[in-house]
Design a binder for this molecule. Structure first.
Ligand SMILES: [Zn+2]
Length: 83
């Protein structure tokens, strides 16, 4: 079973995001968590901004479990912190 999400997969599935403006925001584990957030909350996800992958403080996502899981991962993940 595939557990990796490549840049191509990401772009194919998340066409609505302005991907031209920012690169893949997380490692493959982080992307899985981000995808879980996008799938569970497609509405709020439309409001995602590039800086949300730096500060993880978008008020639109406050209290959303999947976002918190993603943010927690990125803040503690060496790979994600490098981006
Ligand atoms: Zn990571």
């Amino acid at each position: 079973m595939r557990a990796e999400l490549t840049q191509e997969d990401f772009e194919a599935q998340w066409r609505p995001i302005p991907l031209d403006h920012f690169p893949l925001p997380a490692c493959s584990q982080g992307m899985i968590l981000l995808k879980a957030f996008a799938d569970a909350h497609p509405g709020p996800f439309e409001f995602i901004r590039p800086e949300d992958f730096v500060h993880y403080e978008n008020e639109a996502f406050a209290g959303i479990e999947e976002w918190d899981a993603f943010a927690r991962h990125c803040l503690s993940c060496h790979d994600c912190n490098e981006l």
